[in-house]
Structure formats: C-alpha cells, structure tokens
Design a protein around this ligand. Structure first.
Ligand code: ADP
Ligand code: MG
Length: 243
C-alpha cells in the first residue's frame, strides 16, 4: 500500500496559540479517514496545512509523493491533485454551474473547453444535477450547491479529496443527498479525509476514525473501536456529549 498522505510531527501556531501540537497521520490510497473532535481543536487548520492553504511551522507533509514542506516543491501542481470542499460552497455566483466546474481545468490547460464541458456534464449526472448545468448557483439550494462544489473538485481529477464539515451549514433535509454523493465517492475508491459531525456517516463509511482534541490526535481506530470501545477519557467524554 502507498501512503498518499504522509504527515510527520506537524506543528502550527497562530501567535502564542499553538494549534497543532505534533500531528502524525498516514492515509493509504483508497482509505476514508473521518476526523472528529471538539470545535477549536485544530481540525480545519490541519486540513488546510495539507494543501498549504496554511503552511505548517515545522514537520513534514508529503502528499501524492510531493513534499510540500520542501520550499522547492511546486505547490500549485500538488494542489491540482487535492480536491477540497468546505462548509461554505465558494461557488462563483456570476458563472453558471457548468462554467464553475470547467473554469480551472480549462484555464490551467488540463482540458479543452469541449472536454471540460463533457466531463462536467458527466459529473453533474453523477451528483444528480445534470439539469442544473446552465443555471446560476443562486438558484440552487444549499445542498445542491454543495454537490456542485464536490463535482467541481472532481473535475480536476484529484487523487485525494478533503472535506471540512461539508454538511454543517445545510438544512437537515439537504444533508442526506450530500452524504450520499460522498458515500458513492468512497465506494469508487477515492482517498478521502473528512472532518464531520455526522457520526452515522463516520460509522458507515470510515475505514478509520481519528479523534482530534487540543491540537493532537488523541485516539484513532476503526469506527467500531472508537465509537464502541473508546480508550481515551477525552474521546469518551466527547462521544457522551454528542451521541
Ligand atoms: P476546528 O476546525 O477544530 O474547530 P480550527 O482549526 O478552526 O479548529 O481552529 C483551531 C484554533 O486556531 C482556534 O483557537 C482558532 O481560533 C485558531 N485559528 C484558526 N485559524 C486562525 C487564523 N487564521 N488566525 C488565528 N487563529 C486561528
Ligand atoms: Mg473547523
């Protein structure tokens, strides 16, 4: 097995606030890792260090074989292999759904406009929104927007997908459709790191659950191990509060 994400002893502070206190994490190709933990524990910061949206202060981060902690590495090229989906959808509101999807691959010269359109329509089909190709994002529901955001990330053919609370901003009735798209993606073998409070998703889809608190990975294991037999009192306490 190849580790697609290989993180060693990553530290990150904002001023005096040490947010990441030495993170080690390996993610294998095709693995789905779900990160859970209290608010403010550094989950988003960690995800953002993985694609260098936040440079780590120290430690080593190798993604798809690219050492992004090495200043000589071409970060833009590395980022092309990493899809990221946030809580808020970040779609361009003045562009149509399909234009949102094709913009990056065409501008970067990865696909011709015709190829990008064809691929975009196929991906919209996959997320159940083919009929929305030509509308503006403002006419979509939150759940539809988020599915477009996922499809847009997939248009770049990423090797790994990072999700930061992708359903947290959605009305409850929208959550299921977005999770279904993510489940399908997992089933197809996509490597995924997902920060979420959706414990049902974690139980059903995760190969591994990582409990994050106070800037550290406190405990990790199969969903069964972490949810049914948590070893660390902090994990037990967190699960008691949310389950
Ligand atoms: P989580 O995603 O687990 O809720 P975050 O990674 O968002 O946690 O935040 C961890 C800590 O880092 C918090 O104390 C937060 O205030 C701080 N933080 C996050 N981003 C910044 C930033 N850009 N500047 C300063 N502090 C930040
Ligand atoms: Mg967060």
């Amino acid at each position: 097995m190849t580790a697609i994400v290989d993180v060693t002893d990553v530290h990150k502070s904002y001023g005096k606030n040490e947010v990441l206190k030495g993170i080690d994490l390996q993610v294998q190709e095709g693995e789905v890792v779900v990160m859970i933990g209290p608010s403010g524990s550094g989950k988003s910061t960690f995800l953002r260090t993985l694609n260098h949206l936040e440079p780590a202060d120290s430690g080593k981060i190798v993604i798809n074989g690219w050492d992004i902690s090495d200043k000589k590495t071409n970060i833009d090229k590395t980022r092309e292999t990493i899809g990221m989906v946030f809580q808020h959808f970040n779609l361009f509101l003045h562009l149509t759904v399909l234009e949102n999807m094709t913009l990056a691959p065409v501008q970067l010269g990865k696909l011709s406009q015709a190829e990008a359109d064809e691929k975009g329509l196929a991906l919209l089909d996959q997320v159940g929104l083919r009929d929305k190709a030509d509308v503006k994002p403002t006419t979509l529901s939150g759940g539809q927007e988020q599915r477009v955001a996922i499809a847009r990330a997939l248009e770049m053919n990423p090797k790994i997908m990072l999700f930061d609370e992708p359903t947290s901003a959605l009305d409850p009735e929208m959550v299921g459709d977005v999770l279904q798209v993510m489940k399908d993606l997992a089933k197809e073998g996509m490597t995924m790191v997902v920060v979420t409070h959706e414990m049902g998703f974690a139980k059903q889809v995760a190969d591994r659950v990582v409990f994050f608190a106070d800037g550290k990975i406190q405990e990790q294991g199969t969903p069964e191990a972490v949810f049914e037999h948590p070893q660390n009192p902090r994990t037990q306490d967190f699960l008691n509060k949310i389950l």
